[in-house]
Design a protein around this ligand. Structure first.
Ligand code: GLA
Length: 679
């Protein structure tokens, strides 16, 4: 179990480094991520490297028994680099330059950036590949974090090359993009530009391709650095830190290139439900490389500096969120950062060692957590025990986010809400892609999978044919991988197994929220307006009671399915809304709307019942979380009040029975609880 944080010794004098190592030992720190933003200190000028300070830091860490996750330091090129090679700067869609003076201002496809970054990594690998402190390599940092998309001329050229590779001929691109629409037909790849500022909507297929390209271009930077490390004899695992469900990078594809998944997560202490979104990120990370424990590389010990209001974590909350990560497969708990900065943009960001020193609650909680993690037995790497898979797909995210749809949707937020509905019911979930192997799951939940590739269609059909239960909700199976309608209407590739077709989407007025998309809780805004213009929601009768639907009241044509729920109000009253089709041992359900939060819980309880999937533990309140890691169950109270519980087994750390246990706010217990199959 790794414990530590980002370590930025370049911000401090040598005397402080010695104190750092002593205090790290006091806190139980075992590993630090060293020098993530130290490029300008390592390489003060092109061709000149200053190793003395980094030699000393790594030697001091090693003497102190602390391992280094050594950064390749390529995330923030020094001012000398962009001054010498101004073409390195990234540009926005308007053509404005992202200047240096902050970080991540480089164009990922710039040949100068790639050359300079490569030289730096080459030099670092040569010097430290066999340094005994170095146990892992931390490539770059949060690729794409601030600068999701680059529209520079380098990006333009690389995008053209990428399109040449994908399509082979301009004719095939024209076909895929449907460029006869609005006179967009190209006669040469060299006429194509990234989706820069334009008077009106860009070609939607081109937008999706630009996002595919961007994810690939960023990944190429990672693999370039990894290859250099390997060529110079580095044998340690190589990683780059993810950011949960992050739009510009298809982490599912990236995960294949990454030895250990690492993730950064900053749950908002102001949001009482943020533990559920944190749980989603943790399950996503675990699901990206099943069976390989991941590492939480960054979180805050208390407040961050970048929200409008930066609340501190409540006493115990940092440990509760850390144990949540462990419970969901992490073998490392780390923070941004070890020592709070004295200068710079992040001086108000909390750290393991606060600016206010060691007589602080934060330091006490940091050292306590260090001892708890050190006392944990080795935990099983898996399996998660999840019988439910929730489908989450980047390509769909990109396509469904395009403009000009019946109603604007925030896909990631919707998937999170579907996840939360399962989390509230204490059901373990893996987050899978639509083309991944789904055999073994009792229920697969498919929310808003607007874009369904041919491979995904075959996979989902096979899953049901093999006896699985599929739950599909509206605005699914609308387009193919080109973001184009297929022949034959909608629901063309899943329709046969579902026994129905969607004829019309029946958009409702979307719930209020930022930019007209869903509000945080999916709450209804304003009084019901069930009929006529301005209809906001449509009630569905389901076998478990009425459910409020939002966004869509789709018009279904039922072909070969049983109607188990109908719309009961509004313009779609009496129309089918929830259908099911039994095919062999498999079942495929379709819901023609997106429910509000209580409605999601209801319809998923119905689907879980049909698939005979029970909660991990019965009767827990919603503020109590339960997570399975192999045979180990972790139960955490995220609520504001103590909760008395009767749990099976005994406390993994103390051996005490748990049949009558009270969990204070943010308290947790771990218990060994074999799955039914293991029993
Ligand atoms: C990100 C970065 C860190 C730091 C933190 C602050 O996660 O990787 O360098 O800026 O945010 O929360």
């Amino acid at each position: 179990m790794h414990y530590g944080g980002d370590y930025n010794p370049e911000q401090w004098e040598e005397a402080t480094w010695r104190e750092d190592v002593a205090l790290m030992r006091e806190a139980g720190v075992t590993m630090v991520s060293v020098g993530i933003f130290a490029w300008s200190r390592i390489q003060p000028a092109e061709g000149r490297f200053d190793w003395d300070w980094l030699d000393t830091v790594l030697d001091l860490l090693h003497e102190g028994g602390i391992a280094a996750d050594l950064a390749t330091a390529t995330a923030s090129p020094p001012p000398w680099a962009t001054a010498a090679y101004p073409g390195m700067h990234a540009r926005d869609a308007d053509g404005s330059i992202f200047w240096h003076g902050s970080r991540q201002h480089y164009a990922p496809t710039s040949p100068e950036y790639r050359r300079l970054a490569g030289e730096l990594v080459h030099a670092l690998a040569q010097r430290y590949a066999s340094h005994p402190a170095v146990v892992m390599w931390h490539v770059n940092n949060e690729y794409g974090c601030h600068l999701h998309y680059d529209y520079s001329d380098h990006a333009r050229d690389a995008f053209r090359d990428w399109l040449r590779q994908r399509y082979g001929s301009i004719e095939s691109l024209n076909r895929a993009w449907g460029t006869d629409f609005w006179s967009q037909r190209y006669t040469d790849f060299d006429q194509i530009v990234p989706p820069r500022k334009a008077p009106y909507s860009h070609n939607p297929s081109g937008l999706v391709d630009f996002k595919r390209f961007t994810s690939d271009a960023l990944l190429e930077l990672f693999t370039m650095e990894k290859q250099i490390l390997r060529e110079h004899g580095a044998t340690q695992p190589v990683t780059t830190n993810f950011m949960g469900a992050f739009p510009p990078a298809d982490y599912r594809r990236w995960a294949r290139e990454i030895d250990v998944i690492t993730d950064d997560n900053y749950a908002d202490p102001n949001d009482p439900e943020s533990f559920r979104s944190a749980a989603f990120s943790r399950d996503l990370m675990r699901s990206l490389k099943p069976g390989v424990p991941w590492i939480l590389t960054e979180q805050a010990t208390s407040a961050v500096n970048w929200r409008p209001s930066n609340a501190p974590k409540a006493p115990g909350q940092m440990a509760a969120l850390s144990m949540q990560a462990v419970a969901r497969g992490a073998d490392g708990i780390m923070f941004f950062q070890w020592r709070q900065s004295r200068r710079g943009s992040e001086k108000f960001h909390s750290a393991m060692l606060p600016h206010a020193g060691r007589q602080t609650r934060t330091w006490r909680e940091v050292t306590e957590l260090g001892s708890v993690l050190a006392a944990l037995p080795t935990l099983p790497a898996g399996p998660s025990g999840a019988r439910v898979a929730l489908i989450f797909d980047w390509e769909n995210w990109w396509a469904i986010g395009n403009p000009d749809h019946p109603v604007r949707l925030d896909y990631a937020h919707l998937v999170q809400r579907w996840y939360s509905a399962l989390h509230r019911q204490h059901v373990s979930v893996d987050i899978r892609g639509p083309e991944e192997d789904l055999s073994g799951y009792g229920l697969v939940v498919v929310p808003q999978l607007y874009l369904v590739s041919d491979a995904a269609a075959a996979n989902l059909n096979r899953y049901v044919a093999d006896g699985g239960h599929l739950f599909v909700s509206s605005f699914t199976d609308v387009v193919d991988s080109d973001d184009a309608f297929r022949d034959g209407g909608f629901t063309t590739v899943l329709g046969p197994i579902l026994g129905m077709r969607v004829d019309d989407f029946g958009a409702l007025v979307a719930p209020a929220g930022p930019a007209g998309v869903d509000s945080a809780g999916g709450a209804l805004d304003g009084p019901p307006s069930p009929a006529g213009p301005g209809q906001r929601h449509a009630t569905v009768s389901t076998p478990l009671g009425p459910v409020v639907g939002q966004y869509f009241a789709e018009e279904l044509r039922v072909l070969d399915a049983t109607v188990v729920g109908t719309f009961t109000d509004g313009r779609s009253a009496r129309w089918p809304a929830l259908t099911t089709r039994v095919s062999g041992a498999g079942q495929a359900h379709y819901l023609a709307t997106i429910p509000d939060d209580p409605g999601m819980t209801t319809v998923l309880r119905w689907a879980l019942d049909r698939a005979v999937i029970a909660p991990e533990l019965p009767g827990l309140p919603e503020c109590v979380e339960v997570a399975r890691r192999g045979s180990v169950l972790t139960v955490i109270n995220h609520g504001a009040y103590p909760v008395s519980l009767s749990l099976p087994g005994s406390n993994l750390l103390t051996g005490d029975p748990l049949d009558d246990v009270t969990l204070a706010p943010f308290a947790w217990v771990m218990t060994d609880q074999p799955t039914l199959e293991e029993k």
